[in-house]
Write a protein that binds this ligand. Structure first.
Ligand SMILES: Cc1cc2nc3c(=O)[nH]c(=O)nc-3n(C[C@H](O)[C@H](O)[C@H](O)COP(=O)(O)OP(=O)(O)OC[C@H]3O[C@@H](n4cnc5c(N)ncnc54)[C@H](O)[C@@H]3O)c2cc1C
Length: 529
């Protein structure tokens, strides 16, 4: 450990521009993992098991992983399911923007990754002793979703990984503010904790920071899902791809006055027979798609959005009264509904589409490598090519497990080869818009359906953001929200077509010429005088 309060020696040219500032503490590691959800813990365990000195950072107790309900999509051996069938379903949902090789690679390693998770103590539901219970979700052509505790899969995945990682060096209430780097490689991370600002010098850093749902005023995402990892990558000069593809889950519990995190009503309910209707009792997806209520998420979300616009209704209804053993099979959903005063056994559940998942993210290969040596990304923050323009249900826990594990192994190897860089710290400030204002603008202009006028208005609103120094968790979240909103707006404006979960009212048709993934970079940091 390097003594506190001393500036680090320089190692290469400083990142960004401007003068150096002191920090309150400094440490060293081989691998720093930012995030302790499925991707971060899978990465941390893999790096640790390769012998790397690994530190995991988490700014909050809550993860999206904990809240996952439906399950993990996986092709079990010795069944009539096949990797090619899972790949085909994933490519179909991804609407021409998946990287087929990436999908095949990740799907093919799914069973091995789940087997490792089971060896680490995870328990999945069984239909008979020794036989996993499999359910079906939207866009899957067969039952291949493993689940736990009925609809509490994420809680079990988190529990098992937390348990397996219990002996690792996990730092809670540590917010990563900046990825530090020189001209050629990563050198560490700038962190805030209760002791102030610190640097962890490290040759390998893995972003596993999850999603960006809090760009919007209502989301299924936990508090803290503010796009931090996307912003950290952009500030390090690393590209992000396909960020216009924000998936809106068709069925978030409706609450007229609710904002922030809202309960998800899992798609698996529709897999078990629940049906979507409008306030008059008419089907919402009839005639829209051959798979009806089990169509891919973007199709169902857009159908609900169109019906609400046409009728002026506040919400749609998911009628789950016909689902057998509803309370036992879906205890999480039942409890969330009852907390909101709705009994799903007796009443249809009021639902609206809600910001749920970022299909795009930090551009990586299938091992989590970004364009900056030593910087990796895995889980929801990353864009591997798995999800394309629209993620298939239950493919993200799978991707987090598989790519998280791979990224951990690559990071450990890189650290072994790269030696011990010394990071330098810059005093930087970046733009932040008031959070409520930003969420209102994103919800109004960059939601399920967008158009050029709205996106221009959003861009203009974001241009009024003012500089803020980066010192606390709130600072990094607000500036990350602004940086992420800007890049989402720019990507959405540039994609003059409708594809996957990006729906343009002014370009309602898919344009075959735009079946390409797009990577964006951002401007250099603003420096303090
Ligand atoms: C309600 C809900 C239900 C879902 N159901 C399913 C499902 O059934 N199946 C499925 O496959 N997927 C599902 N998903 C999606 C899936 O859960 C997530 O995509 C996945 O868990 C993301 O994992 P992650 O490890 O990338 O991020 P997370 O689990 O969100 O973890 C992010 C971590 O990063 C940390 N962090 C973020 N920023 C910083 C920072 N600046 N400094 C330090 N730490 C930071 C957070 O504290 C947290 O520890 C669901 C999502 C939600 C919200």
């Amino acid at each position: 450990m390097i003594p506190a309060g001393r500036s680090a020696a320089t190692g290469g040219r400083p990142s960004g521009c401007g003068g150096r500032s002191g920090v309150d503490w400094q440490q060293r590691a081989d691998v720093v993992v930012i995030g302790t959800g499925v991707a971060g813990l899978a990465a941390g365990l893999a790096a640790h098991r390769r012998g790397a000195r690994t530190v995991l950072l988490s700014k909050a107790d809550e993860t999206a992983t904990f809240h996952a309900q439906g399950g993990i999509a996986v092709v079990l051996p010795f069944t009539d399911d096949t990797v090619e069938s899972h790949v085909a379903d994933t490519l179909a949902a991804g609407a021409g923007l998946c990287d087929a090789d990436a999908v095949r690679s990740i799907v093919a390693d799914g069973y091995q990754a789940v087997a490792t998770l089971i060896a680490d103590g995870a328990r999945f539901d069984e239909s008979a002793p020794g036989q996993w219970a499999l359910t079906r979700e939207g866009g899957h052509s067969r039952r291949r979703i493993m689940h736990a505790g009925g609809d509490a899969t994420g809680a079990e995945v988190q529990r098992a990984l937390d348990h397996a990682a219990a002996t690792l060096d996990i730092r809670r209430n540590h917010s990563a503010l900046q990825v530090l780097h020189d001209d050629t490689r990563v050198t560490g991370v700038l962190v805030n904790n209760s002791d102030g600002l610190g640097v962890i010098h490290a040759p390998s850093v893995i972003l596993a920071t999850g999603g960006l749902g809090h760009l919007y005023n209502a989301t299924t995402n936990p508090e803290g899902a503010c796009g931090d990892g996307i912003a950290l990558a952009l500030w390090a000069g690393v590209g992000v791809a396909d960020v216009e593809f924000v998936q809106f889950h068709p069925t978030m519990l409706f609450d007229r006055h609710g904002s922030g995190r809202r309960p998800l009503i899992t798609e698996a309910l529709r897999g078990e027979g629940a049906v979507l209707r409008d306030a008059r009792g008419d089907s919402i997806t009839a005639g829209v798609h051959p798979m009806g209520d089990l169509a891919p998420r973007d199709v169902v979300a857009a159908a609900i959005d169109a019906r609400l616009r046409a009728t002026g209704d506040e919400c749609a209804y998911l009628d789950a009264r016909g689902v057998e053993r509803l309370e036992q099979r879906f205890p999480t959903v039942t409890a969330a509904c009852r907390r909101a005063g709705i009994d799903p056994v007796r009443q249809p559940i009021p639902v609206v589409p809600g910001a749920h998942y970022s299909c795009g993210g930090v551009a990586t290969d299938v091992h989590g490598r970004t364009e900056l040596p030593g910087l990796l990304a895995a889980g929801e923050v990353a864009r591997t090519g798995m999800h394309g323009a629209n993620r298939l249900a239950s493919n993200s826990l799978l991707e987090g497990l598989v790519v998280g594990g791979r990224a951990g192994r690559v990071a450990a190897e890189h650290a072994h080869d790269a030696g011990s860089p010394m990071a330098t710290v810059e005093s930087v400030e970046r733009d932040a818009l008031d959070r409520t204002e930003l969420q209102a603008a994103m919800s109004r202009w960059a939601s399920v359906v967008r158009d050029a006028d709205g996106l221009d208005a959003l861009t203009a609103a974001l241009a009024t953001a003012t500089p803020r120094p980066l010192r606390t968790r709130a600072d990094v979240e607000d500036v990350a929200l602004t940086a992420t909103a800007r890049v989402v707006a720019a990507a959405a404006l540039a994609r003059t077509e409708s594809r996957g979960c990006h729906h343009r009212a002014d370009f309602p048709v898919t344009d075959p010429a735009q079946a390409v993934s797009r990577t964006l970079h951002t401007r250099p940091a603003v420096c303090l005088p």
